[in-house]
Write a protein that binds this ligand. Structure first.
Ligand SMILES: [Zn+2]
Length: 212
């Protein structure tokens, strides 16, 4: 323990921590205070509410937020998942959202091999630890889909139709996590697959929303 903290101090001395967004030197965090201040939060985070289904997004997908998510996904800066899970955790606390289990947007094996990791799993795993609620592991994506980027809303819906299934028993309120909400096709399909399996509420939260 002591040795590892000495090692960390030494690493910090030789390679002082830098903001992963703008590159400026920081105390120890991934994202500096200046960048954090530039994140634009939604005035009205509730996108849609329909019976037991709730769809939220916390921030706008632009500027600093877009950089954070792109760095995590495409430069594989996995530690940023902690910052994103903190954002969701603060939101859950503020909105007084109660949930019994947590799910994420699953990937097929092929997609996982390509991306190397599932960023929504990393975020969900952190929240699962923070709130001591189980992760739903039986949520599966059963076919590899085309990339959603560049597709119209209708094409996105067709592309994702019935691709998510759930292979385990679930009950109670279910929290579902995603990084970016665009047209809502992923959100709606995922919520649909979980909706049939529980009597509780389904609360979908995307960290950010891309406005068209
Ligand atoms: Zn910064």
């Amino acid at each position: 323990m002591i040795l590892s903290s000495i090692k960390q101090t030494l690493i910090d001395f030789i390679f002082p921590p830098h903001c992963l967004v703008c590159g400026k030197e920081t105390e120890s965090e991934n994202i500096c205070e200046d960048c954090k201040r530039k994140i634009k939060f939604m005035e009205y985070p509730l996108i849609e509410h329909d019976g037991r289904k709730f769809f939220y997004s916390i921030t706008y997908y632009e500027g600093v937020m877009e950089k954070i998510i792109k760095k995590m996904k495409f430069y594989r800066l996995k530690s940023l998942s902690k910052d994103l899970s903190n954002m969701i955790s603060n939101f859950i606390y503020k909105e007084n959202i109660s949930f019994d289990a947590i799910g994420y947007v699953p990937m097929t094996r092929k997609e996982l091999l390509e991306r190397k990791f599932n960023q929504t799993y990393l975020i969900a795993k952190e929240i699962s630890k923070m709130y001591n609620k189980p992760l739903i592991k039986g949520l599966k994506k059963i076919k590899t889909t085309r990339k959603q980027v560049g597709l119209s809303k209708k094409e996105r819906e067709e592309n994702l139709k019935n691709v998510f299934t759930i292979e385990e028993k679930i009950k109670g309120n279910i929290l579902l996590i995603d990084d970016v909400y665009t047209t809502g096709s992923t959100a709606r399909e995922l919520v649909k697959s979980v909706y049939r399996k529980t009597e509780g509420n389904i609360i979908f939260i995307a960290v950010s929303r891309k406005m068209n």
